[in-house]
Design a protein around this ligand. Structure first.
Ligand code: WQD
Length: 322
């Protein structure tokens, strides 16, 4: 059984490759290296350079590596960019998965794991978001992920593929400094960048209906994201009829202000005062996962806490910004 992992040279993808290889799975990676890098991959994992949009390449890779399962992580994930360039996001994320699913179905691939996102929920007004919470994405990125889920479940049913769409909440941390996130588009690296510049970290609004007025999110270590993929892959291999949609989160909310406190402690910038700016449009006050279904379906729970996420992310940041 060989798994094709698309986007395996990226921040999250490389962690999934590392965990699935450690679990003894045979892997081949397809990545266009637009944001990923080959040096994130173990030397014994074959890398095919290309995009899922190129049907001929996908067909060749599926055939030459006798692929029996797909983990689709490749995609564009910048919320603000998706608002500015919706057609680019629909092409990359929706047409991309359509081409991949079509090729996989025709090649008789029996398992399909999809990297989805909490962005499918939009602005859920609930304490804990379950997989049955209505999905109302508020940007083209979230829409493209929800559409991807629809394609996965429809093709899975029509072509006898075991499928799972995994809704990542806020991913942070790194398994090793070398695998740290190179991007600076989420809270933790954005605060690191400010601290390195000697500038105050920014809090985008402190007038939300939350205990300390700042937004609350469910931060999940990227190693936990990766172990959830291993558990899901094993379930799909054992259960041909599986058709799952699962939150991957810790089930605990942490506020922006609390995260900045942890970052101050870990980085040693204990006296760095944050500055509060206006709200960022489109930010929900609270998005925290109910993590019951993934525990019931896969026997999986998150193992890493916020301090480990921040400390491992900081080690990765220091490696890239000596
Ligand atoms: C977290 C909180 C900000 C920076 C997005 C996507 C989601 C997923 C994760 C892909 C928010 C606040 C941030 C800063 C701040 N991506 N913040 N100061 O917006 O929860 O989720 O990224 O799947 O789909 O929607 O993550 O890290 O951008 O922000 O106050 O300098 O931190 O307002 O409340 P978000 P984020």
């Amino acid at each position: 059984m060989t798994w094709l992992i698309t986007g395996g040279a990226g921040f999250i993808g490389a962690h999934v490759v590392r965990a699935m290889a450690a679990a003894g799975e045979r892997i081949v990676v397809l990545d266009d290296l637009s944001t990923g890098s080959a040096d994130r991959l173990p030397p014994d994992v074959p890398l095919e350079t290309g995009t899922v949009l190129d049907r001929a390449t996908v067909d060749r890779v599926l055939r030459e590596h006798a692929v029996t399962g797909v983990v689709h992580i490749a995609g564009k994930k910048q919320v603000a960019e998706s608002v500015a360039r919706p057609l680019y996001y629909y092409r990359e994320n929706v047409e991309g998965i359509r081409v991949l699913l079509e090729a996989a179905a025709e090649a008789g691939v029996g398992r399909f794991l999809f990297s989805s996102s909490a962005a499918v929920y939009g602005m859920p007004d609930v304490d804990l978001v379950t997989e049955d919470t209505p999905c109302a994405p508020i940007n083209p990125y979230g829409e493209s992920k929800l559409a991807g889920e629809w394609l996965v479940s429809a093709v899975g049913r029509a072509h006898s593929m075991a499928t799972a769409s995994l809704r990542y909440f806020n991913v942070a941390g790194a398994a090793t400094p070398e695998l740290g996130d190179a991007g600076v588009s989420n809270l933790v690296p954005m605060v690191f960048e400010k601290l390195d510049a000697g500038e105050p970290p920014r809090i985008f609004g402190d007038d939300y209906p939350t205990p300390d007025g700042t937004c609350v999110r469910d931060y999940i270590h990227v190693e936990d994201i990766a172990s959830a993929h291993v558990a899901a892959a094993r379930r799909l291999a054992a259960d041909p009829a599986a058709s799952l949609v699962l939150n991957i989160g810790r089930g605990e909310g942490v506020s922006v202000s609390e995260m900045i406190d942890v970052i101050r402690d870990v980085t040693g910038h204990r006296d760095a005062a944050a500055e509060t700016t206006g709200r960022r449009p489109g930010d929900p006050a609270r998005v925290v996962a109910a993590a019951d279904r993934i525990r019931a379906e896969l026997g999986w729970t998150a193992r890493h806490g916020v301090k480990e996420m921040v400390a491992s992310a900081w080690a990765g940041w220091r490696l890239r910004h000596p």
